[in-house]
Design a protein around this ligand. Structure first.
Ligand code: NAI
Length: 365
């Protein structure tokens, strides 16, 4: 009997029936998978248990929140592997370029759109938290039991009138622009090699900027919404940070490795950035001494980090669990009539333009 391996996050003492995304609940798909003649092995251990069970897995379900890094070596050891499904959005934890070059007919699908609103809301929340100096203010009220207005107000502003820029204006980037527009920002700018249509630009009042350097030099707030791929890894490094407007805010809910972690922490400490926030790290889980766990700006604030939770709330889990079921249904029936937007690699070939503008992309529509 062929095997489906699911590597998810641990529910443990917090597990409830609603927490579909936990390894214990296996996306609520155990009986569905077994009734399709497959065995299911679900785990939260993305090291030794994964290495043992990957060898004979035909399908592997992973999640970006507790990412099982599906490296070249792991793919080589998975001799029966045909399908990788990401429960969520963002499949960079899989060595996509290696699969693409290997000639193996492995497909990679994700549940596109399943948590894009969840992330857009979290990005907006993080922007507001940093702009308003909210987290230090909350600490004054509940931890310090204080009332020091000046301590907070010396570094608190409004979003209205500020220039906000997104690196990447795909599904999430655009939803962030839509949510920002009612705040009456000074300008909304974006940089993306796939431009928006004039209609979509006009709807939110966004302007395309030709180079990333120009984009960051104009913005009070920069938000990152591009996938992690060879062209975005380490993109926000010391050099690019030096081009930011001094005192800008940076919010990253895309992927941690798009930023040079130490360079970002140093930029906040030096004042080049007023603050940084987001929910994505590299690696995940982040070690206790990761620089993003402890940096602050000179006012003791400017850190709005959370663990990788934005796309994993209960609404999002319900949507991506259903999406994984739909993908598996297409696969188990042999129809492979996947939604085109869910396909990252089809039989080893790229089917999306979002993982770099250097990729040869197969038309799957
Ligand atoms: P999408 O594919 O709709 O949009 C991505 C956009 O980024 C595309 O328009 C693409 O052209 C652009 N892009 C790629 N490389 C770029 C570059 N070098 N410079 C500028 N733009 C570039 O994807 P979607 O749904 O908006 O998701 C984006 C990413 O957000 C995912 O790949 C994932 O890494 C992350 N994400 C994070 C979540 C979380 O829980 N924090 C949940 C969902 C997604």
């Amino acid at each position: 009997m062929s095997k489906v391996l699911a590597v998810l996050f641990k529910g443990g003492e917090y597990n409830t029936a609603k927490l579909l995304g936990s390894a214990e609940n296996a996306l609520g798909l155990r009986s569905f998978i077994e009734s399709n003649g497959r065995t299911l092995f679900a785990t939260a251990d993305k090291e030794a248990t994964l290495d043992e069970h990957i060898k004979d897995a035909e399908v592997i379900i992973t999640t970006p929140f507790n990412p099982a890094y599906i490296s070249k070596e792991r793919i080589e050891s998975a001799k029966n592997l045909k399908l990788l499904v990401t429960a969520g959005v963002g499949s960079d934890h899989i060595d996509l370029d290696y699969i693409n070059k290997s000639g193996r007919k492995i497909s990679v699908l994700e549940v596109t759109g399943s948590n894009t609103s969840s992330v857009a809301e979290h990005a907006l929340l993080t922007i507001l938290a940093l702009v308003k100096n909210f987290i230090p203010a909350h600490k004054v009220a509940t931890e310090e039991l204080g009332w020091d207005i000046a301590k907070i107000s010396r570094d608190a502003y409004d979003l209205e009138g500020k220039v906000v820029a997104t690196i990447g204006a795909g599904r999430i980037g655009y939803k962030i622009l839509e949510r920002l527009a009612p705040f009456k920002p000074g300008e909304l700018l974006y940089y993306d090699y796939q431009g928006l249509s004039p209609e979509l630009e006009a709807k939110v009042g966004a302007k395309r900027i030709d180079t990333i350097e120009e984009l960051v030099s104009k913005a009070d707030i920069v938000t990152i919404n591009a996938p992690l791929h060879a062209g975005t890894k380490g993109l926000v490094n010391k050099e690019l940070l030096s081009k930011f407007k001094p005192g800008a805010l940076l919010v990253n809910t895309a992927r941690g490795a798009i930023c040079d972690a130490q360079a970002v922490a140093d930029a906040v400490k030096s004042g080049q950035l007023r603050g940084y926030g987001g929910d994505v790290w590299f690696p995940q889980p982040a070690p206790a001494d990761h620089p993003w766990r402890s940096f602050t700006n000179k006012f003791g604030g400017g850190n709005a980090m959370t663990p990788h939770v934005s796309g994993a709330n209960l609404d999002a889990q319900a949507r991506y669990s259903l999406g994984v079921k739909n993908i598996l249904t297409s696969y188990f029936t042999g129809k492979k009539d996947y939604r085109p937007q869910d396909i990252i690699l089809l039989d080893g070939e790229y089917a999306t333009k979002s993982y770099g503008n250097d990729k040869k992309v197969k038309d799957v529509k």
